[in-house]
Design a protein. Structure first.
Lengths: 593, 243
């Protein structure tokens, strides 16, 4: 009933997982025997290179992992909203995306198995070490997969059967996401251990030792960062899917549906994007605390340009998401043109912040250049490159993106509650006070020791902005609950460029993930396990950004192709939509029913 | 394939191509693993030779310039080192590199002043891991740049030991006789390479403060054979411990 093709994907999950498990257990057993024979440290792949192959497969696995963890969160959130609002469109959207999970899950598992085979074959010494350190977690990982798979079966196949038992179905969705969260956390422990290993005293008990290795300094920040990033990925991929379907839609109903879906995808993407920089800041803080040298390699060493590119991509993402909101205001809303002056103000602030954000602090310079500049920093622009300035502008960008969102949310509605005026004054005052406070703390940050800035000022900036988000959102929600609609919102008449903005957001998120995947790996420089196991292979170097950028773009493109394939496979079982619908040319308005 | 889909794919390819173009246009810097640093002691004849090597380490393997500025800089993360070599003693420089948090500074912007320890990687431990000769070269570079007297003499550099082929059993007996008063076998020499181990045992290390080393006179007390036997034994213990 839910389509015939998804099951085809599942057939591959079990053999792939079973083969991977057998291989891992065999490797563990072989290691435990303490073979005296000299161990092969590396094997190479002719012409292409072992590192390059691992790079692509690992990155695709990670992106697919993000997709299959992000989509259930997205679907579950939509289902909750559907239950709370009674709007059947949310339930339909949630179901449409859950359908993708079956084939996406299988593809992710297959890439995971391929990655494991390649790692064991090409990096046996490293894998022996990691197996010895983490083998107790392998069993947990397999168990989590079993639980996740069973829950996903029930969640997907029980969708229609549990229409009358929605609470049970939502609980299954919760379990699905809970298991998925742990599935993400376990391999995160392996990867973060490579970047921030901990040394455990001899004689420590097995579980105590395992927990110490798992709970390494960057594990929890990476967990939180990836969890939020997965929501962003799920949201923006939904947006891109809706954008492409919108462009191909020929009927009024289709266009309405995919316009609305694009809006929801963009909304959830931004919902995740707003707190994401905070999680990133926490991660970098932990990296600095663990190893100042690693932190500087990332932010001020040979990867400094990479972070400038990251700032550009995040800036594109913020601008793209805001642009879509603004187009929505102008095109969906009756007389929406009057919002243009506000949009211009927000755009100006965002561009100024963007400029500060992408200003580098220090760059790798020759001795002569360093002498001319008086160090590795530019004498003028270097002032804008420090964290105090960057933390300030990123908080302001978040605040103003939130303003865009609130503006869109409130557009065309008039609050009827008695306390509406007081609430409006409070909201404006709160935005003003917090914006000023963030800037004051940012400037003050130049005059205090770094530790004061990091531990007190930056934290206060983050808490202030979070306070605005968590205070204003429910307040506006309460105000609009009984609001009078003054201007009509019409779905399905967004211009073509709005759909391209949705596609751009999704591609930018994926590209940023590939960028940061390289950063995380390259921050270990010539170490497999930082400070513990050195990379002695011919690929111990970290390539320059030009070469790495090619791989990032390639991985992004391949991932897009895989996702398109998954969407295509999932759509094969769908019935042709609305045969009797009226065909409406692109650009014509479609009044909401 | 519908035309709108082709256009979307073209847009994606265009965007990714622009990214690759920019990625290839910016300064290209890769990160090579530190070369097996060829610190050929035999070619170091003068103090200026040592200064040149120190400069290479300062900007290369030591990665000092990532944090420290040479000259005033408002935005540098760590102290300006332009004149430090002329202002600080050699012992203090050595200690700052190898035990950066040992000296507790006072921050007088607070009342009462707050103590704080310098945050710096231990320079003779991974991931940087400079050896004794390299540390001495960096000190010479700093002293030269700071306008002070270069107190490191090329004669202090330790000649590389490429191969130790002593009698481990004889070394064990010697260790039991001469060393166990202070050292346990398991911890002796951990983390030191052959060169550093030889220096730690048989030479009074340079710049470690005023206290006389308990190893003072060891270079005279042991014959070359005995020294090689002892080193062979200690290195064998480390290999066994590592396995």
């Amino acid at each position: 009933m839910h389509g015939r093709t998804p099951d085809n994907g599942w057939r591959w999950v079990w053999p792939a997982l079973a083969a991977a498990l057998v291989l891992v257990l065999t490797a563990s057993w072989a290691y435990a025997q303490g073979e005296a024979a000299p161990q092969v440290e590396y094997r190479d792949v002719p012409f292409f290179g072992s590192r390059n192959l691992i790079w692509i497969v690992a990155q695709l696995h990670l992106l697919l992992g993000g997709f299959v963890l992000g989509v259930p969160i997205f679907a579950w959130l939509c289902e909750i909203i559907g239950v709370r609002t009674g709007d059947p469109r949310y339930d339909k959207l949630a179901k449409e995306f859950t359908k993708l999970l079956t084939s996406a899950y299988a593809t992710t598992a297959i890439f995971g198995a391929i990655l494991l085979f390649l790692l064991i074959a090409l990096y046996p010494k490293l894998m022996s070490y990691l197996t010895d350190a983490f083998y107790p977690t392998f069993g947990l990982y397999a168990l989590l997969f079993l639980l996740e798979t069973a829950t996903l079966y029930l969640y997907w196949y029980g969708w229609d059967a549990m229409q009358d038992r929605k609470r049970l179905h939502l609980f299954l969705g919760f379990l699905l996401n809970l298991f998925a969260l742990f599935i993400m956390a376990v391999p995160n422990a392996w990867a973060t251990f490579q970047a921030s290993p901990v040394i455990v005293a001899e004689g420590t008990g097995l579980w105590e030792k395992t927990w110490a290795l798992v709970n390494n300094p960057t594990w929890m920040p990476v967990n939180v960062h990836r969890f939020i990033a997965n929501i962003v990925l799920g949201g923006f991929i939904c947006g891109a899917y809706a954008g492409i379907r919108y462009l191909g839609s020929t009927t009024r109903e289709e266009r309405e549906h995919y316009d609305w879906m694009g809006y929801i995808g963009n909304f959830i993407g931004i919902f995740g994007l707003l707190p994401l920089p905070f999680a990133g800041y926490w991660l970098m803080r932990e990296v600095y605390m663990y190893s100042q040298e690693m932190g500087i390699t990332l932010m001020g060493g040979f990867l400094a340009w990479l972070f400038i590119m990251q700032a550009v991509l995040i800036g594109i993402l913020f601008l793209g998401a805001n642009y879509y909101f603004w187009l929505g205001l102008v095109h969906r809303l009756e007389a929406g043109v009057e919002y243009r002056k506000y949009v211009l103000g927000v755009l100006t602030v965002l561009m100024l912040c963007f400029g500060v954000w992408l200003t580098p602090h220090s760059l790798v310079a020759s001795l002569e250049e360093a002498r001319k500049m008086g160090g590795a920093h530019h004498p003028v622009l270097g002032v804008l490159g420090v964290m105090s300035a960057k933390m300030t502008v990123v908080n302001i960008m978040i605040l103003f993106t939130f303003i865009s969102f609130i503006m869109y949310w409130r557009a065309g509605k008039q609050a009827t509650v008695k306390w509406a005026k007081a609430a409006n004054v409070f909201i404006v005052a709160l935005f003003t006070i917090v914006s000023v406070a963030v800037i004051v703390l940012g400037v003050w940050g130049y005059f205090v020791p770094a530790i004061v800035r990091i531990n007190r000022f930056s934290t206060t900036q983050v808490l202030l902005v979070l306070f605005v988000l968590v205070t204003v959102t429910p307040l506006v929600g309460a105000m609009l609950k009984s609001a009078k609609v003054t201007k009509k919102m019409t779905w399905g008449q967004m211009p073509v460029r709005a759909q391209y903005a949705l596609v751009l957001n999704a591609v930018t998120v994926v590209l940023t993930m590939t960028l940061m995947g390289y950063a995380r790996s390259a921050s270990r420089v010539h170490w497999h396990i930082y400070g513990v196991m050195q990379d002695t292979s011919p690929y111990a170097f970290s390539p320059a950004f030009g070469f790495a950028g090619l791989f990032m773009a390639l991985c992004t493109f391949l991932f897009c192709m895989i996702v398109l394939f998954i969407f295509w496979v999932a759509s094969m079982g769908a019935h042709p939509a609305a045969e009797k619908s009226v065909h409406v040319p692109m650009g014509k308005s479609v009044p909401v029913k | 394939m519908p035309w709108y889909f082709v256009k979307v794919m073209g847009f994606v390819v265009l965007f990714l191509s622009a990214f690759v173009y920019i990625a290839r246009s910016i300064p290209q810097t890769d990160s090579q693993p530190p070369a097996e640093f060829a610190f050929d002691v035999a070619v170091i004849k003068t103090k200026q030779d040592l200064v040149k090597v120190g400069q290479n380490i300062f900007f290369g393997k030591g990665k000092c310039a990532l944090c420290h500025s040479i000259g005033p800089s408002e935005t540098a993360r760590c102290p300006n080192l332009e004149f430090k070599g002329g202002q600080l003693t050699r012992g203090f420089l050595y200690e700052s590199l190898t035990q950066p948090s040992k000296y507790i500074y006072m921050d007088y912007r607070f009342s009462p002043p707050k103590p704080f320890a310098a945050k710096m990687p231990v320079i003779n431990k991974p991931p940087i891991g400079l050896n004794e000769n390299e540390i001495l070269a960096v000190i010479a570079f700093l002293q030269n740049m700071g306008g002070g007297e270069i107190t490191v003499d090329p004669s202090e550099l330790i000649l590389p030991v490429t191969h130790v082929s002593g009698d481990a059993e004889a070394g064990r007996r010697l260790f039991a006789k001469a060393c166990t008063t202070c050292h346990a076998v398991a911890s002796t020499g951990r983390g030191k390479d052959e060169t550093a181990l030889r220096q730690a045992i048989f030479y009074v290390s340079a710049g470690r403060g005023d206290k006389p080393s308990p190893h003072q006179g060891f270079d005279q007390r042991f014959s070359i054979k005995e020294a090689n036997d002892l080193l062979t034994f200690l290195l064998a213990q480390r290999v066994a411990a590592a396995n």
